[in-house]
Design a protein. Structure first.
Length: 454
């Protein structure tokens, strides 16, 4: 583990809670409401402005994607109108420190694009200055999105980029997990195996409040579809996309990842935060801004003096490689290449079983044995605490030999107990309830393999 990830591991939960003290300020206004209400806000054009919807390639590839149309600017407390844009003060700071969204001379028209793509309602506050990446393009980060402009093109050709897919594709998945963003459910390498079907992903909606928010209201009597069934398309699909993970308990909230957003339901909200049980959209921009590759000049606030911006330093260039979209690669049929690239398939002769759950106060572990005649690679397998499935452990690349046993440790001393491949560390938090619980083991396809209750 790199030093930066160790630091993030130590401060991750505190950082997320600190950010969410100002969640309402960072977030778009309708995020606490229903998907239907949010869609209505996103589809209302500003007076005198012709809607200019933009669209990009499929979200699953991590490339630009948006369906927002022009909307009226929501008044943000403390925001200042400039001759070429708007200045937004930091929600937790002084009124003269914040970030400006500008139509830059000789550069991108980010202020115009921000308004046309939903403004504060859809994108939230800016959380960075404009910056340049190694692809030569200019970007600006917002609480709920990212704007992109390629030099050499007209200033108005600014495109919104799907932030969640973008940072996943470009190497921040691990850091975002430490900061409270669930990982995508395994297996998820499109180069090797098909992504789970929508019907399978809908089965992951096991957290009641998130499921109700995503599915939308149940049709009233007489409002069913012609065939007598409820409408198959969830109300939240146009906004959030299909589920990409099962619910995961991450400290103060339970989170579930979707293609274009992360929905959370608060369990123990911070002071002055939303009530317990409230469902909202996790503001990803502030979390991305806290990652190791983003700190520095890009997140150094602008300063406003006398209603005018103080002269900025040159636009920062981040050494963050922009990677191409993964494409299938032909691999020579050698034993080494096959072992490296193939996902952990279920071995025909392997029989895995959860033997027991040791719950010794703050120290706990699950014992799993392979009672079959063939070794089983466990990469992508999942151990889950049921019911609800909000606490889940995804196995790394370890192999359980025929007749062998391994332990998955959690709670106090779990890190010290780690000695792969026989002893694996899950989390320093306690997982298993003293009064009784159920452990479930799933293979990489999501099929239940073994269950143990006590």
């Amino acid at each position: 583990m790199t030093l930066s990830l160790r630091v993030l591991a130590a401060v991750g939960i505190a950082t997320v809670l600190g950010l969410f003290v100002n969640a309402v300020a960072w977030s778009r206004a309708p995020s606490q409401g229903s998907p239907t209400a949010t869609r209505a806000a996103l589809s209302s054009p500003a007076p005198g402005v012709t809607p200019t919807p933009t669209a990009g390639p499929a979200v699953a590839t991590g490339t630009p994607a948006a369906t927002h149309t022009a909307v009226a600017t929501v008044e943000v407390p403390g925001a200042v109108t400039l001759s070429n844009g708007r200045f937004f003060p930091l929600p937790e700071g002084t009124p003269y420190r914040g970030f400006a969204v500008l139509d830059e001379q000789g550069g991108p028209a980010f202020a115009t694009a921000y308004h046309q793509n939903g403004g504060h309602v859809a994108l939230g506050r800016p959380v960075s200055r404009s910056f340049q990446l190694t692809d030569g393009a200019i970007y600006q980060l917002f609480a709920h999105g990212l704007l992109h402009w390629q030099p050499g093109t007209p200033a108005a050709e600014v495109t919104p980029v799907d932030l969640l897919a973008f940072v996943t594709l470009h190497g921040l998945e691990g850091q975002l997990w430490w900061l409270g963003v669930p990982r995508r459910a395994p297996p998820w390498d499109e180069r090797l195996t098909p992504t789970p079907a929508p019907s399978v992903r809908l089965e992951w909606l096991t957290e009641p409040a998130i499921a109700a928010h995503y599915r939308g209201p149940v049709p009233a009597d007489g409002q069913e579809s012609a065939d007598g069934e409820q409408a198959p398309v969830p109300a939240g699909l146009p906004l959030y996309g299909w589920p990409e993970s099962r619910p995961e308990h991450l400290g103060a909230y339970i989170a579930q990842r979707f293609e274009r957003a992360v929905l959370i339901v608060w369990v123990t909200p911070p002071a002055d935060g939303p009530a317990a049980g409230t469902v909202g959209v996790l503001p990803l921009g502030p979390l991305v801004a806290r990652t190791s590759v983003f700190r520095g000049l890009a997140t150094t606030p602008d300063t406003l003096v006398g209603g005018r911006l103080v002269t900025r330093a040159p636009r920062p260039a981040l050494d963050w490689p922009v990677l191409p979209t993964p494409t299938p690669t032909a691999v020579p049929p050698t034993a080494t290449a096959t072992a490296t690239l193939e996902p952990a398939t279920v071995a025909a002769g392997a029989v895995l079983r959860i033997v027991t759950v040791f719950n010794e106060g703050r120290q706990e572990h699950v014992v799993i044995t392979n009672e079959g005649s063939q070794a089983q690679n466990l990469q992508g397998w999942v151990l889950e605490s049921a019911p609800g499935g909000t606490q889940r452990y995804t196995f790394p690349d370890v192999t359980l030999a025929a007749g062998a046993t391994l332990r998955v440790h959690s709670g106090r001393g779990s890190t010290a107990a780690a000695a792969p491949p026989t002893d694996l560390a899950w989390t320093g938090r306690n997982v298993w309830n003293n009064a009784g619980d159920t452990a479930v083991l799933f293979d990489p396809t999501g099929r239940e393999v073994s269950r143990f209750s006590y």
